[in-house]
Design a protein around this ligand. Structure first.
Ligand code: PLP
Length: 400
């Protein structure tokens, strides 16, 4: 069955053993992996068991190099600017640590964030604000709920040092125009460091680092990319490499050349740690290659079809408010119901995986309508229309 432009849903499902067990609509949490991903991870772990961890790594060197190439192909970035880490949060933090260390903030400096920023990206900025006297300000939303790019332009001055925006927020269904935001920063000649959280967009939407022109792009492996848990990557701009020094460095990020001196590693390796979960990272590479072989545009279209079906169906259920905003929407569908935790648990009991979004994940966003909890339903290209319809029917039964 081919649905959308070139997605063979049955083939995708045949590649995904978990489809036989659950209706997995929690891809914004952690997706079902294609078998090739698990096989890749397990094969490397077996090799570590057989010949030793360092030896297995030595054998896999070319394939590890291939993971950088896969990330580069996925987000259209040169491989020298790719760093492999263990999560989107670590990726984003590595960028911020370099800024805070090498280009410190001062009283009066400003840090701008989107109104749907993820908690783990706001908390370190609040820490910095407390310590330095800089401020954290929220960029207003436009009429559609996404970042108002014109309003951002009006906020820009030479004291704006950091602009942090997510591409696809965790919980409100919208997609921020991160290319237009980058264009606005460039048009104003802004000195700000531009951080883009692509955690929820990689694997479900095209992401083009070259067009976005950000300084830091952070992403995770386990969500729409369908990779293993505890994998992620960071892609940095040439400006980051030219002007900043990551902190702290380890013996992979720099070479200790003399008693008092050191030299930074070439390229984005300076943002990495020496120790890595190679089995998991190879699995992430396999997941990226799988997504690229399916075609990101085709995946995006298929997810869009399923998310639209969910939004339309759920909007007709009494007691359900579809909370999503944005003129461009992602595959993350969120609904308000009286007892969101109860609905998530009730769906789980019916073999349907969704997740609960709570205010502590995104205070600014939840503050808008005082929502206390949302049911988040996030389909992927391997889900079927039937699964989506069963989720809608399940919600309808549970809110009755
Ligand atoms: C928008 C967004 N950014 C960042 C993160 C953090 O990702 P990780 O858990 O891989 O650090 C999440 C996780 O849900 C997220 O939804």
């Amino acid at each position: 069955m081919t649905t959308g432009i070139g997605i063979d849903v049955e083939a995708l499902r045949a590649d995904t053993p978990g489809c036989a067990n659950v209706t997995h609509l929690n891809n914004a949490g952690s997706a079902l992996q294609p078998a090739i991903v698990t096989d890749t991870v397990v094969a490397h772990l077996r090799r570590e068991e057989e010949v030793g961890g360092y030896e297995a790594h030595a054998e896999a060197r070319d394939r590890v190099a291939g993971v950088y190439a896969s990330v580069g192909a996925l987000v259209h970035a040169p491989i020298e600017r790719v760093a492999l880490v263990e999560s989107a949060t670590v990726a984003w933090d590595r960028g911020l640590q370099a800024i805070a260390f090498s280009d410190p903030l001062a009283p009066g400096d400003r840090m701008l964030v989107s109104g749907s920023e993820y908690a783990s990206n706001v908390l370190p900025l609040l820490q910095l604000a407390r310590r330095t006297g800089a401020t954290v300000e929220v960029i207003p939303d436009g009429a559609d709920g996404a970042v108002d790019v014109e309003a951002l332009g009006d906020m820009l001055d030479e004291r704006v040092r950091i602009v942090s925006v997510n591409h696809a927020p965790s919980q409100n269904g919208l997609v921020n125009d991160v290319v237009a935001i980058g264009d606005m920063l460039r048009m104003h000649g802004s000195p700000a460091w531009y951080l883009v959280d692509a955690c929820q967009s990689v694997g479900q939407l095209p992401v083009d680092m070259g067009r976005i022109g950000c300084d830091v792009l952070s992403a995770t492996g386990r969500k729409f990319l369908r990779g293993p848990r505890a994998t992620g990557f960071l892609v940095v701009s040439q400006r980051m490499l030219d002007e900043l020094e990551p902190f702290p460095l380890d013996l992979h990020a720099a070479e200790w050349t003399t008693l008092e001196d050191y030299e930074l590693a070439d390229g984005a390796a300076r943002f990495e740690s020496w120790e890595k979960a190679y089995a998991a990272l190879l699995g992430m590479g396999a997941a990226i290659d799988y997504a690229l072989a399916c075609g990101i545009d085709a995946i995006a279209e298929r997810i869009g079809v399923l998310a639209a079906r969910l939004r339309t169906g759920l909007a007709e259920v009494p007691g359900v408010i579809v909370r999503d905003r944005g003129s461009t929407q992602s595959g993350i569908v969120t609904i308000r119901v009286d007892d969101a935790a109860g609905v998530v648990a009730g769906l789980r009991a019916r073999g349907i995986n969704t997740s609960l979004s709570t205010p502590d994940y995104s205070r600014i966003d939840f503050g808008r309508d005082q929502a206390t909890g949302l049911v988040r339903i996030s389909p992927h290209a391997y889900n079927t229309e039937d699964e989506v319809d069963r989720a809608i029917a399940g919600v309808a039964e549970l809110v009755r």
